[in-house]
Design a protein around this ligand. Structure first.
Ligand SMILES: O=C[C@H](O)[C@H](O)COP(=O)(O)O
Ligand SMILES: C=C(OP(=O)(O)O)C(=O)O
Length: 447
């Protein structure tokens, strides 16, 4: 076995790295990196391999990816209630998709590490005062004061600890009985009466119950129903953090970023000659890359060459985020040429990031109908080309926030102020998330 050198996790340092904070004190950053390097891994490399295999099934058209969670996790939201609500929503969506679309669903949270945000502008001005923009709790505070907005590397350690606490609870919920499919009704208890999507879910949960009772009566009560496989993911944005958590796996001698099972490179940091792609090329985790409307075929093919030279199904996922008005125009050529190149990438639709607009009230928001329309366009394109629509990647929360407009339990523009809690981009609330899962399941079945 030829073991990788830990130094290859640092080759990105020679290249331009977009969207990195301007840490005021380099010495303090160095101390933090040294501490992070001494911390235990958050995930086990073998789990990353397992997820790569699962993503291989997605790439081959045998499974569907459900990836979702907060736009930006926040340190003060690391509580049992928030984590449970998010997991519950994802489990409900997973149950809807698995049962109604009859497809194995790979469940991956934007969770336990999604603390860093790329921004359009480096600064924000309010009432004539200009301060650094908020870049996520891993970098600075949301509050609009010079103290809060100054990047503080100690926050990277808080990110590690917040991720560890979150992952610990997620693991407990996934394997300790809460995620048992026999709980399919319990996940809905506080929700069912008040909302149309909750009622629709309840009817589906009854069908699942009946199916399970039938299986039990036939003498099968599979262990698989008692726990759920759930993985963590986040954008690999702050490279000092990600490389400090990159380790040589003792089994294989390969490098893994053990800050999460899957990491993705965002639309603003996927420069082919940039530090983020170099970093991602060195690690063995399953990797996602966001592809926005300006992505060219050449970009996609070069990314494959850099990140998946072995053409290994499951290694590379293209998460497209074109916008509802562009997807039918931009996606076909990409999918067609990538498929013709012989690559086995998974195609996943992020229907959120191309559909953001500012409401008259100043709230950043998204229309549920645009989100749905982008997913529809994604399915249409894949149907037309005979390729597999591999999954969805959504910003959502398990709480009843009012951040996106529309949905079955309709949120109007005038409602946005009621419970607008996101620190960055607007998320689907629980009811909108479930609506989406039902509609996507229907599209999948028709496909
Ligand atoms: O989540 C994605 C980006 O961080 C976000 O859309 C950037 O938002 P901004 O344009 O307000 O900086
Ligand atoms: C920043 C994000 O998306 P994108 O890179 O697609 O803009 C995100 O998913 O948080």
């Amino acid at each position: 076995m030829n073991a990788e050198s830990p130094a290859s996790g640092n080759t990105w340092r020679d290249l331009p790295a977009a969207q990195q904070p301007e840490w005021p004190n380099p010495e303090a950053l160095r101390d933090v990196i040294a501490d992070l390097e001494s911390y235990p891994p958050l995930v086990f490399a073998g789990e990353c391999d397992l997820l790569r295999n699962r993503m291989g099934a997605v790439a081959r058209g045998e499974a569907f990816l459900l990836q979702g969670g907060d736009c930006a996790e926040a340190f003060d939201a690391v509580s049992a209630d928030h984590i449970r609500n998010k997991l519950k929503t994802l489990l409900q969506m997973g149950a809807v998709l698995t049962y109604a679309a009859s497809v194995p669903v790979v469940k991956v949270g934007r969770i336990a590490g999604q603390y860093s945000k790329p921004r359009s502008k480096p600064t924000e001005t309010r009432d004539g005062v200009t301060l650094p923009t908020y870049r996520g709790d891993s970098v600075n505070g949301f509050e609009f004061t010079p103290e809060a907005r100054t990047p503080d590397p100690e926050r990277l350690k808080r990110m590690y600890h917040a991720s560890a606490a979150t992952l610990n609870l997620v693991r407990a919920f996934s394997t300790g009985g809460y995620a048992d499919l026999r709980q399919v009704h319990a996940w809905n208890q506080d929700f069912v009466k008040s909302s149309p999507s909750g009622q629709r879910y309840e009817a589906l949960a009854r069908e699942i119950d009946n199916a399970m009772n039938f299986m039990k009566a036939c003498g099968t009560d599979p262990e698989e129903f008692k726990t759920v496989e759930f993985y963590s993911s986040h954008e690999a944005l702050i490279l000092d953090y990600e490389s400090a958590l990159t380790r040589v796996d003792s089994r294989t001698g390969k490098l893994y970023d053990v800050s999460g099972h899957m990491v993705w490179i965002g639309e603003r940091t996927r420069q082919l000659d940039g530090a983020h792609i170099e970093f991602a090329s060195r690690i063995r985790n399953p990797i996602g890359v966001k592809l926005g409307p300006t992505s060219s075929v050449e970009d996609a093919l070069t990314l494959i060459e850099r990140l998946d030279p072995e053409r290994e199904p499951g290694r590379l996922t293209f998460i497209t985020r074109m916008g509802a008005d562009k997807i039918r125009d931009r996606l076909p050529e990409l999918v067609e040429k990538v498929t013709a190149s012989g690559a086995h990438v998974a195609w996943v639709c992020d229907p959120m990031h191309g559909n953001t607009f500012e409401a008259a009230s100043g709230h950043k928001t998204r229309r549920f109908d645009d989100v749905l329309d982008e997913v529809k366009g994604f399915f249409e394109v894949h149907k037309g080309l005979g390729t597999h629509p591999g999954g969805i990647h959504v910003e959502l929360t398990g709480d009843d926030v009012t951040e996106c407009v529309g949905g079955g339990d309709e949120i109007f523009v005038d409602d946005l102020h009621q419970r607008y809690e996101t620190a960055c981009d607007p998320r689907l609330n629980r009811s909108q998330s479930l609506d989406l899962a039902f509609l996507v399941a229907e599209m999948y079945r028709q496909q």
